[in-house]
Design a protein around this ligand. Sequence first.
Ligand code: SF4
Length: 87
Amino acid sequence: MDTTSNCKGCRESVRLSPEEIATLFRNTVQDVDLPLVTVEEYEIRIEHCRHCEALQYGTTCKYCGCIVEIKSKLQHAKCPYPYAPKW
Ligand code: SF4
């Protein structure tokens, strides 16, 4: 079974390039000055995401639908992995 078909709302068109993610970050998070984690904390978080079976399209968490490269930078964000959050 194609695991990318698990999400009811997502299709291949949800794939985002690094440039698109950077633009999204600037337009949504950076501009409103939300508190961010340190670079070291970000690396720990994103490494968990990179090895997580819930990561889809290389960018998106299947549990919350968030772009993990953005969510993992947010100080107050939490990993939604059921019963055992990874960060
Ligand atoms: S469940 Fe947690 S670790 Fe896995 S992709 Fe989502 S946010 Fe990242």
